[in-house]
Design a protein around this ligand. Structure first.
Ligand code: HEC
Ligand code: HEC
Ligand code: HEC
Ligand code: HEC
Ligand code: HEC
Length: 168
């Protein structure tokens, strides 16, 4: 009796757990951030607009091709078949966008990177350690805490927290 009860409890828990998990996003290709940042390539080298624009930007295939090209034979040999395909056909990789706030909210990388000099890690977590493509926002950024995350830091840094500054 007790055993059956515990078993039922476990089943209920498993169903609950999986129904709570957000739908998994699949990226078209595995991208290993760590392999690249270990080479001391700066975040800004690929996300080129982070200091000067609202959007940080995702690197295009031409950026990948700077290193992954058939003249760079040792690297070309270890370049995966699917990445070679995109490069030789000059097709952009259709990455899924992960970090996104609602349209009525305003966020600018320029303000936070170019001016306030905040480390990417504060909002995006340890991207440097990631060996697989990004498929969900960092815990730091989790949706539920989205607004608190912004407002807490603004209070600490004595930046205005007027609703209309972030909501249009
Ligand atoms: C060699 C180029 C390269 C470098 C260097 C690089 N990135 Fe990326 N980054 C990418 C690519 C390609 C993607 C899209 C694939 C993915 O999501 O993993 C991406 C995705 C991201 C995303 C998710 C964007 C979204 O919302 O979909 C974040 C955040 C990010 N990078 C932060 C960083 C940070 C922080 C650093 C430095 C520690 C960094 N990146 C260094 C190429 C790079
Ligand atoms: C203060 C928090 C914060 C910091 C610091 C920050 N980001 Fe972001 N990032 C965001 C938010 C918020 C979004 C979603 C913006 C939107 O939907 O308009 C985002 C989106 C992105 C995206 C995907 C969309 C895009 O802008 O192209 C990339 C890539 C990215 N960030 C990279 C970086 C990199 C690289 C750094 C460091 C140089 C960095 N971010 C620092 C908060 C931050
Ligand atoms: C500055 C040079 C450089 C740039 C730019 C660069 N890579 Fe790389 N990439 C490398 C090197 C070097 C390695 C091998 C790292 C290792 O062996 O650990 C690598 C490894 C990889 C791998 C793992 C190997 C494989 O065959 O799967 C993938 C995938 C990859 N890069 C994708 C990309 C994509 C996508 C871009 C463009 C967004 C890009 N790289 C831009 C230098 C670069
Ligand atoms: C520093 C920026 C910032 C300030 C200041 C701010 N918000 Fe927000 N707010 C956000 C972000 C970011 C979100 C999350 C958007 C998302 O979920 O994509 C949000 C979400 C919300 C939501 C939920 C909206 C939805 O569509 O789910 C409401 C309501 C809201 N804010 C009201 C307010 C009010 C009222 C104030 C003033 C007291 C305020 N906010 C101040 C950034 C801010
Ligand atoms: C780690 C601290 C930190 C976090 C997290 C942060 N901000 Fe900021 N934010 C700042 C600082 C510092 C400034 C002032 C930069 C300057 O001097 O222009 C600023 C400025 C701004 C401005 C421009 C203010 C103006 O005067 O026009 C907006 C809009 C803004 N942030 C929105 C956001 C939103 C939306 C989020 C969350 C997604 C966010 N911020 C998260 C620190 C932060």
């Amino acid at each position: 009796m007790v055993r059956r009860f515990i078993l039922a409890l476990i089943v209920v828990f498993i169903i609950y757990y999986f129904s709570m998990k957000p739908p998994e996003i699949k990226q078209p290709l595995n991208f290993n951030h760590k392999a690249h940042t270990d080479l001391l390539i700066e975040c800004i080298a690929c996300h080129r607009d982070a200091e000067s624009q609202r959007e940080a930007g995702i690197p295009n295939i031409e950026t990948c091709e700077l290193c992954h090209n058939s003249k760079n034979i040792p690297l070309w040999n270890i370049t995966s078949h699917s990445l070679k395909g995109y490069i030789t056909e000059k097709r952009q990789i259709p990455w899924e966008r992960i970090y996104k706030i609602k349209d009525h909210t305003l966020f600018s990388h320029r303000r936070h990177i170019g001016i306030a000099r905040i480390d990417c890690r504060v909002c995006h977590g340890a991207v440097k350690e990631m060996t697989e493509s990004i498929i969900r926002p960092s815990i730091e950024f989790s949706k539920q805490r989205g607004m608190n995350n912004c407002v807490d830091c603004h209070k600490k840094e004595r930046v205005v927290t007027d609703c209309l500054m972030c909501h249009r």
